[in-house]
Design a protein around this ligand. Structure first.
Ligand SMILES: *[C@@H]1O[C@H](CO)[C@@H](O)[C@H](O)[C@H]1NC(C)=O
Ligand SMILES: *[C@@H]1O[C@H](CO)[C@@H](O)[C@H](O)[C@H]1NC(C)=O
Ligand SMILES: *[C@@H]1O[C@H](CO)[C@@H](O)[C@H](O)[C@H]1NC(C)=O
Ligand SMILES: *[C@@H]1O[C@H](CO)[C@@H](O)[C@H](O)[C@H]1NC(C)=O
Ligand SMILES: *[C@H]1O[C@@H](CO)[C@H](O)[C@@H](O)[C@@H]1NC(C)=O
Length: 314
């Protein structure tokens, strides 16, 4: 009885050991304090198929990655007064990089002190006409601006689409600015996430969704892990979700979404969530464990002790 239960448990744990998904990508800004973390995301066997860094150009940390293995998705982050985004994407293409998707406007409905690009819909519409429509005409798939998870997001997007339509319509010939996918951010619990996605499907029907930032921030570890698993299972199951990227590719001490929401502990080791996200098994690493700074002090202290010890031996 006992052994068959143990066997059943073992089989289950094997069956649940890994979930893999080619929808998974990386939202990541390399951290100058811990450059050794960069390679974690592109290690052999990593599930991650694409990344973005809020910039129009790839991260130099990933310059040796082939676009076909680890697709770089350029982002037009915020306000510009020229066609620099378009020019930059065209330069990448001319350089031989197969750019197939672009992201636009990071949290344009959000204030800059919380990382938003805080831009008027009409201004964003003009930038879209100048930079995004020419890319769309080349066959590049373009994402609707990535608003915050707040209630202002959908109204902002509706203004944006109306303004964009005004810019490209001529007398008696109404044109709409078109897009290929809808981009969402979410911070909160799973029920809220599912309902947010439903509101976006109703407002922008028949488009696939990319969830490019999400987390249940500032929760205890068990709650964070439950949220992580439920959301990953949901995204993988829904055909309407094309891609997703978990906001947590940093160390606990560097987190602005709470100490447990991260994929790395303070030594740069993958947490359970980090390992699951890459398609691996639980590591048992507590997100809040480790401290590179402290362990350096420990090493110095050990060296000093050894030196003192050797003095006595002489
Ligand atoms: C989350 O999913 C992983 C991988 O499928 C599984 O091993 C783990 O037990 C799950 N954890 C929770 C808290 O549900
Ligand atoms: C470019 O990337 C897209 C999407 O990943 C792919 O479908 C297409 O085949 C690629 N084109 C070339 C020339 O590699
Ligand atoms: C443009 O979008 C509006 C609002 O969604 C819609 O009512 C209208 O039919 C669309 N027009 C065209 C030409 O697609
Ligand atoms: C959604 O797409 C289906 C199939 O392409 C089409 O029949 C339907 O009219 C579309 N609905 C809307 C609201 O555009
Ligand atoms: C977007 O532009 C602003 C500023 O010009 C107007 O006030 C809005 O009415 C307009 N919105 C739409 C949906 O066209």
């Amino acid at each position: 009885m006992r052994s068959s239960l143990a066997l059943a448990a073992a089989v289950l744990s094997v069956a649940h050991a890994q979930t893999r998904s080619d929808k998974r990508g990386l939202v990541f800004v390399p951290n100058k304090k811990s450059p050794e973390d960069n390679k974690i995301w592109v290690q052999d066997g990593s599930d991650l198929t694409w990344y973005y860094n809020y910039d129009p150009t790839p991260s130099s940390a990933f310059s040796s990655q082939a676009q076909s293995d680890f697709e770089f998705v350029p982002m037009l982050w915020g306000s510009i007064d020229d066609t620099s985004f378009l020019d930059s994407v065209n330069n990448l293409i001319d350089g031989g990089r197969n750019i197939s998707h672009v992201l636009t406007f990071n949290e344009p409905d959000g204030p800059t002190q919380y990382g938003g690009s805080n831009i008027y819909p009409w201004k964003a519409a003009q930038i879209w006409v100048d930079n995004i429509i020419p890319l769309k005409e080349k066959g590049i798939k373009v994402g609707l601006p990535a608003c915050t998870g707040g209630t202002g997001g959908i109204p902002w997007l509706q203004q944006f689409l109306g303004n964009c339509s005004q810019l490209i319509s001529t007398n008696g010939n109404t044109q709409n600015c078109s897009y290929d996918f809808v981009t969402l951010h979410w911070y909160g619990n799973f029920e809220g996430l599912a309902s947010h996605m439903g509101e976006y499907s109703a407002a922008f029907p028949n488009k696939t969704q990319w969830i490019t930032e999400y987390n249940f921030d500032n929760q205890d570890l068990a709650t964070t892990q439950d949220f992580f698993n439920m959301s990953a299972e949901y995204f993988d199951r829904l055909d309407s979700v094309a891609r997703y990227s978990y906001f947590g590719s940093f160390r606990s001490d560097d987190s602005n979404v709470g100490p447990n929401a991260v994929m790395l502990n303070n030594d740069g080791d993958l947490t359970d969530i980090g390992s699951w996200y890459l398609g691996g098994v639980a590591t048992g690493v507590d997100p809040q464990s480790g401290s590179a700074a402290r362990s350096q002090v420990d090493v110095l202290f050990a060296v000093a002790l050894a030196l003192v010890g050797s003095l006595f031996l002489i």
